[in-house]
Design a binder for this molecule. Structure first.
Ligand code: CP
Length: 316
């Protein structure tokens, strides 16, 4: 297995099965720290730098919370407009990263451009973690999600993942790549205009991901082990700052999870949603035994503790 020390976490495309399980074992070791709300000194002399060019609640704060739990320090920005990258100078990623690498030991970047963290990694002498790049990927989210599935179902094999929502989304890409490493089926459900791009499906074919497409949740709700949700009402992720238009619409029933839909689901199926949500996942579902998105959010801290400590070589 490739070492995680010093490694960039940019994509799940090349992740191997044993690397997933290696991280999940470390997550199990670190989880009690988060559960007991303790801070340790594992990374007492290390600093995390966050560079967020796009809004985030969970990903940025989960990384920061993770670093605090590990006893490290945190610096960075959550609004590029207040940096030279976002003002008159439009400072390049190369120049920005050449600064940031002196300010800390690991860099977490979210950017509206696909491939921006990869560009950062070319110039950074410290590990770079992709916190979401345009429509590209969201590897730390999907590692969190698969860890949640493993904890809840006891396995990642033999499961049917019904992935509902905008399949141009970065989480759907990372999920599709990751599932190639497991004996799992990905059932794709999206509006036509949000269908996976042909080049992405070609990659899934190359990697051997087992997938099929359906048109309505009613076709598959009885088969789902994991209901993996993203909104179909989305901002354009390639735009750095957006304002929600008044006519953003409502989610068609095909892509919606309600109490009534869940009454036809397997008793032990689970619902994941990386959040934020719109009307595709109604608050009435929060009270059902199937809802696991709050557990998923908690695991987000555990997985970021795992990734930060791993790329900083704490387990070597
Ligand atoms: N799930 C997720 O990426 O949430 P944020 O946009 O709040 O980070």
């Amino acid at each position: 297995m490739r070492s995680f020390a010093g490694r960039d976490i940019l994509s799940l495309k090349e992740f191997e099965r044993n690397e997933f399980f290696h991280l999940f074992e470390i997550a199990d070791r670190l989880e009690p720290i988060a559960r007991e709300r303790r801070n340790t000194d594992l990374l007492a002399h290390k600093t995390l730098v966050t560079a967020f060019y796009q809004p985030s609640t969970r990903t940025r704060l989960a990384h920061e919370a993770a670093m605090h739990r590990l006893g490290g320090h945190v610096t960075g920005f959550s609004d590029a407009k207040m940096t030279r990258a976002g003002d008159f100078y439009q400072e390049s990623i190369k120049d920005t990263v050449h600064m940031l690498e002196y300010y800390g030991d690991v860099l977490v970047m979210r950017h509206f451009e696909q491939g921006a963290p990869h560009e950062a990694a070319k110039w950074a002498s410290i590990p770079v973690i992709n916190a979401g790049d345009g429509w590209g990927e969201h590897p730390t989210q999907v590692l969190t999600d698969l860890y949640t599935v493993l904890k809840e179902k006891g396995t990642l094999d033999g499961l049917t993942f019904v992935a509902i929502g905008d399949h141009r989304m970065r989480t759907m890409h990372s999920l599709g790549y990751a599932l190639s490493q497991f004996d799992a089926e990905m059932v794709i459900l999206s509006p036509e205009e949000m269908a996976p791009l042909p080049e992405f499906l070609a990659e899934l074919d190359d990697k051997g991901t087992n997938y099929r497409t359906v048109e309505h949740i009613d076709e598959v709700i009885g088969e789902a082990d994991v209901i993996y949700m993203e909104p179909v009402i989305q901002p354009d992720y390639t735009i750095p700052v957006h304002e929600r238009p008044d006519d953003y619409g409502v989610t068609p029933d095909n892509y919606k999870i309600t109490q009534e839909v869940m009454s036809r689901a397997k008793g032990d199926s689970i619902i994941l949603h990386s959040l934020p949500r719109m009307d595709e996942l109604l608050p009435e579902v929060d009270d059902l035994k199937h809802a696991r998105y709050w557990q998923e959010a908690y695991n987000g801290v555990v997985m970021r503790m795992t990734l930060i400590s791993s790329v900083l070589g704490a387990w070597e």
